[in-house]
Ligand binder design. Structure first.
Ligand code: FAD
Ligand code: DHB
Length: 396
């Protein structure tokens, strides 16, 4: 039977980054991914990296291309009541965020892992986990038409919201917290210059809109849509019209339109499982928690979990001490719940929840207050760039 120290399920950003950091610290892992490499590389998802995530990528020695290709954003705009207001992240916090697509990040991580000769298996099917309560869990899976078994010391469940790891835990051992929002985001990618140098989050009585980007000639735009809507019902012309309608007029006039190269709808949800550790199984990233994308926190939270877990595992293999491992759940949940709160709050402030004009008036009043208060802006900015890490987890 094959053996490794850490069996990692899922080759999204969490799984790849964890395996890379463990490798750099002499800890062996095997990564099992259900999809093929092209599928994983092609998923269009997050785009904004907190400085803490950038630091971790540099620690993982996968930051070189990111440093040269990222766009550094010192601020973003809030659109509401026909105007734009710039939130000066740099001035308020001393920090900036980096725009670098998850697609590129995943490619950098995959390349680094493959180059290092990692045991990274794509198209690994029927993953099943046993024995997480003992010292040596086993992972069964199929690959290349054959069944395989892997023994390990720990399992890292990096397999996303729909993965198998969380479902391997007896329901009585965990508590789920969930909020489903009554809308989704319709997103498009288009090879046109972004409408502005920085992101614009726009509150409008017809619903939320976001202007984002992947590069100086690739734009990513989103509009809030109904949960039952289909991308096919949104030909490009309809999307561009709706987007412009929800932006302050000077911004709308400056939008460059063009054919979309990707169009998809994502539902919005908040979800947290507690705890994040069950015996020798850790849940990491989207397997453990989901936030609505409004605060751009999903990928950054996944990286924050990885930061805590790799340090705990490295400490364990170096010294045999389990204190950090035992603190994984509590430490990650503290950060997670703050990001869940921020993402919920930012979503509540910017999205249309009902036709009741009272709600919209309340949002406009809060936006008016926020943009006039240094204290409130400071709170928004410090959450957006990412809250500080606990000292013990921040040391490399
Ligand atoms: P994932 O990226 O989900 O990776 C999990 C991996 O596990 C996948 O490769 C999957 O194929 C694999 N897997 C699943 N089940 C199994 C199994 N049984 N066996 C083996 N492998 C398995 N965040 C933002 O900040 N901004 C955004 O705009 C944004 N947009 C998003 C849009 C969508 C449609 C989704 C789903 C998420 C979005 N997110 C966004 C969230 C962000 O992309 C995630 O937080 C991030 O991908 C988390 O990384 P992860 O590695 O934990 O999980
Ligand atoms: C993007 C997505 C977000 O959720 C966000 O808050 C900012 C940017 C993006 O996909 O570019």
């Amino acid at each position: 039977m094959a053996r490794t120290q850490v069996a990692i399920i899922g080759a999204g950003p969490s799984g790849l980054l964890l395996s890379q950091l463990l490798h750099l610290h002499g800890v062996d892992s095997v990564v099992l991914e259900r999809q093929n490499r092209a599928h994983v590389a092609g998923r269009i998802r997050a785009g904004v990296l907190e400085p803490g995530t950038v630091d971790l990528l540099l620690q993982a020695k996968v930051g070189e291309r990111m440093l040269s290709e990222r766009l550094i954003h010192d601020g973003f705009a809030l659109g509401f009541a026909g105007k734009s207001f710039r939130v000066d992240l740099k001035g308020l916090t001393g920090d900036a965020v980096s725009v670098y697509g998850q697609t590129e990040l995943t490619k950098d991580l995959t390349d680094a892992r493959v180059e290092a000769g990692a045991k990274l298996l794509f198209e690994a099917g029927d993953v099943a986990i046993d024995g997480i309560d003992g010292a040596h869990p086993t992972v069964r899976y199929t690959h290349g038409g054959r069944s395989h078994e892997l023994t390990c010391d720990f399992v890292a469940g990096c397999d996303g919201y729909h993965g198998v790891c969380r479902r391997s835990v007896p329901p009585a051992a965990m508590q789920n917290f969930e909020r489903i929002y009554p809308f989704g985001w319709l997103g498009i990618l288009a090879d046109v210059p972004p409408v502005a140098h920085e992101l614009i989050y726009s509150n409008h009585e017809r619903g939320f809109a976001l202007c984002s980007m992947r590069s100086l000639n690739r734009s990513r735009y989103y509009v809030q849509c109904g949960l039952d809507e289909k991308p096919e019902a949104w030909p490009d012309a309809r999307f561009w019209d709706e987007l412009r309608c929800r932006l302050p007029a000077p911004v709308a006039e400056a939008v460059t339109t063009g054919p979309s190269i990707e169009k998809s709808i994502a539902p919005l949800r908040s979800f947290v499982v507690e705890p994040l550790k069950f015996g020798r199984l850790f849940l990491v990233g989207d397997a453990a928690h989901i936030v609505p994308p409004t605060g751009a926190k999903g990928l950054n939270l996944a990286a924050a979990d990885v930061r805590v877990l790799y340090q705990a595992l490295v400490e364990y293999y170096r010294t045999g001490r389990e204190e950090l491992i035992e603190r994984y759940s509590e430490q990650c949940l503290r950060r997670t719940w703050k990001a869940v709160r921020f993402s919920w709050w930012f979503t509540s402030l910017t999205h249309k929840f009902s036709d009741d004009p009272f709600n919209h008036r309340l949002q406009l009043a809060e936006l008016d207050y926020l943009t006039g208060s240094a204290a409130a802006l400071g709170s928004l900015a410090e959450n957006y760039v990412g809250l500080p890490f606990e000292a013990s987890a921040a040391a490399s």
